[in-house]
Design a protein around this ligand. Structure first.
Ligand SMILES: Nc1ncnc2c1ncn2[C@@H]1O[C@H](COP(=O)(O)OP(=O)(O)OP(=O)(O)O)[C@@H](O)[C@H]1O
Length: 307
């Protein structure tokens, strides 16, 4: 994830430069993006829908008129060259950009038809329903158990502290169930169930990332946003995360930013390709986007001609 305060065109990633390929044989055009290239007709109501989204950091535009409908219980991959706005887009889905002073967001983002940018929206509730997992695993410097129980305690779902006990309420059993269920869902229970009181920082990087996924699951989200969740991990840990994401998509709506095109092709149901300038070049069913892209620029990007 790029977290900078200055903007500017990086010549090495400037995909606004036309590729040198002769497109006359393919009939694909690279300069325009017809709506048909980004309108993915999947049938049914979208879990989330983004319409005419523009994001600026100060005077610099990071996203330009993005419209996407995200189907539920599936994996949506966001790919594209560095700096094209993938992380910015992801952060718009649970209003994490609100925390960036320079960011201004225009357009509409709905969650099950409800505008998430409407005044007075409960952001804690939104981020509970639309959870996020970051590139670098970021467990709290607490025990494994406390990491998982943190959210349920904060949201008042379980009370296990001294005051609760004094007032006759003790949800320790319920908390233990949430901890076990979340760790099992994140495929890490077997590795940690005998050391739940150990500090989470003692786990390996891959284990820490699955712990962070478990922490996100503990508050029962409906959508899970993942920003390059495996980029800091070795191939074995990455494979575990990929398997886990595919399993999670049976129950949750997953939106993942990845630099790894093979990963996107392996695990996602639909793929959105962003290109420099913060524009959406193509959005559709993953096999179609990778095997028969409508956009020449997307084909050039996927085949490694630039980016
Ligand atoms: N906090 C910020 N303040 C100012 N500009 C930002 C900020 N975050 C991102 N940008 C700028 O917005 C543009 C899009 O950045 P973003 O991180 O969303 O792209 P990305 O596609 O996720 O990049 P990468 O693949 O390198 O993580 C870039 O030009 C970046 O410099």
């Amino acid at each position: 994830m790029t977290e900078t305060t200055s903007l500017g065109t990086d010549e090495t990633t400037d995909t606004t430069v036309e590729p040198t390929t002769d497109h006359s044989q393919t009939g694909k055009r690279s300069e325009e993006t017809p709506e048909a290239w980004t309108e993915y007709a999947f049938g049914g109501e979208p879990k989330m829908a983004v319409d005419g989204l523009d994001v600026h950091y100060g005077d610099d535009q990071a996203l330009d008129d993005i419209s996407i409908k995200i189907p539920e219980k599936s994996v949506t991959a966001l790919i594209g060259p560095s700096g094209c706005g993938k992380s910015t887009f992801l952060r718009c889905l649970n209003r994490m950009n609100d925390r960036i002073r320079a960011a201004s967001v225009d357009g509409t983002v709905t969650f099950e038809g409800q505008d998430i940018y409407q005044d007075g929206l409960d952001l804690v509730e939104l981020r509970k329903r639309v959870g996020m997992v970051f590139q670098a695993p970021n467990p709290f410097p607490k025990s494994i158990r406390d990491n998982i129980a943190y959210g349920p305690r904060k949201h008042g779902r379980v009370q296990t502290d001294l005051l609760a006990k004094l007032t006759g309420r003790d949800d320790s059993e319920q908390e233990a169930e949430i901890v076990e269920r979340s760790l099992k869902q994140a495929a890490i229970w077997e590795e940690v169930n005998d050391r739940l009181d150990d500090n989470a920082l003692g786990l390996s990087g891959g284990q820490q990332q699955r712990l962070c996924i478990a922490r996100c699951l503990a508050v029962d989200p409906e959508v899970i946003l993942m920003d390059e969740p495996a980029s800091a991990l070795d191939p074995i840990a990455t494979a575990k995360i990929e398997d886990l994401i595919e399993e999670l998509a049976e129950e949750y709506t997953v939106v993942i930013v990845t630099h790894n095109m093979q990963q996107a092709a392996r695990i996602s149901d639909q793929t959105a390709v962003f290109l420099t300038g913060g524009r959406l070049a193509e959005y559709g069913e993953t096999n179609q986007v990778f095997e028969n892209p409508k956009s020449q620029r997307v084909e050039d990007y996927i085949t490694g001609k630039f980016g």
